[in-house]
Design a protein around this ligand. Structure first.
Ligand SMILES: Nc1ncnc2c1ncn2[C@@H]1O[C@H](COP(=O)(O)OP(=O)(O)OP(=O)(O)O)[C@@H](O)[C@H]1O
Ligand SMILES: [Mg+2]
Length: 270
């Protein structure tokens, strides 16, 4: 739907607006963002309603694996409550706020943007209500210039409420990579995430089992079946992910087994 349709202006003279003004604003903003991001071939979200399953780990390593494969890649940290991407990359670089549009920062060959890069002290909590979160995300998407990219990988926050909802509504995503872990509780919440995405018309490209023992569990296969998407692969539980992340290093850049795991995931969503 475009803004004219949303306003009820598609049906000739004298037709009154059909939609709530805030909805019209969202549709208009979505159009502006679409225009702004038109140089990006594929926008892929990494998501799970459940916290701590490894969304940021998967987003970061997927982005760097794609970059190592020769693609032009951006990485958007869309978690404004806990913007952890810069921590995973060991950078405290700040985006230049003196002019618009904002420019993402090149970190080892990937263009990165995060709200942690626009606040003075990234360790302080950002406490915002839903409407402000949506506005902040919309403004951030609208005012960041990514240029030409093959892939923009978007690290989503957990949950099924304001932030992920705004992202699904505002960004024209190719689809989501759904992250789960071998446990049933993760699976139940991943199914919830997948169904939310589908209800909002966003495709689920596939399911990744993180912190895996090596083979996808029955729980992970059940997620894939419930959301109608393939299991893309597994990321093994391993010190390489935990300890390298803690010291701001990226396994997919430095560890061949990690690169291979993420290269094979990347091949399946290209
Ligand atoms: N495969 C793995 N092996 C070992 N440790 C891992 C693995 N994946 C993630 N971790 C560690 O688990 C913790 C949580 O991972 P991560 O931050 O990626 O999860 P998340 O889903 O993004 O969390 P949140 O919901 O808070 O955004 C991190 O310390 C990370 O380094
Ligand atoms: Mg995260």
């Amino acid at each position: 739907m475009d803004a004219r349709e949303a306003e009820g202006r598609g049906g000739g003279e004298g037709v009154k607006p059909q939609m709530h003004p805030s909805f019209i604003n969202t549709v208009r903003q979505k159009e502006r963002i679409k225009q702004k991001l038109s140089g990006i071939r594929s926008k892929i979200g990494v998501y799970s309603a459940k916290g701590g399953v490894g969304k940021t780990t998967v987003a970061v390593n997927l982005a760097y694996a794609l970059s190592r494969m020769g693609h032009r890649v951006g990485l958007l940290d869309a978690d404004i409550d806990c913007p952890n991407v810069p921590l995973f990359l060991g950078t405290d670089a700040k985006m230049d706020l003196s002019g618009f549009p904002l420019k993402p920062i090149d970190v080892r060959g990937v263009k990165v943007a995060s709200t942690a890069m626009v606040v003075d002290d990234a360790k302080k909590p950002i406490i915002w209500r839903g409407a402000l979160i949506a506005k902040m995300l919309g403004d951030f998407f609208e005012n960041t210039d990514w240029g030409e990219l093959d892939y923009l990988i978007i690290d989503l926050p957990p949950g099924t409420s304001d932030s992920p909802l705004s992202i699904m509504q505002l960004l024209d995503l190719k689809g989501f990579v759904l992250v789960t872990t071998p446990q049933r509780i993760a699976a139940v919440n991943s199914i919830r995430s997948g169904l939310m995405a589908k209800r909002l018309g966003v495709a689920v490209l596939g399911v990744v089992e993180n912190m895996s023992g090596g083979e996808p569990t029955e729980n992970t296969r059940a997620v894939a079946e419930a959301v109608g998407a393939p299991v893309l692969g597994v990321v093994k539980m391993g010190a390489v992910y935990g300890s390298m992340a803690d010291s701001g290093r990226v396994p997919a850049l430095e560890n061949d087994a990690a690169f291979e795991a993420f290269r094979s995931l990347a091949e399946r969503i290209k």
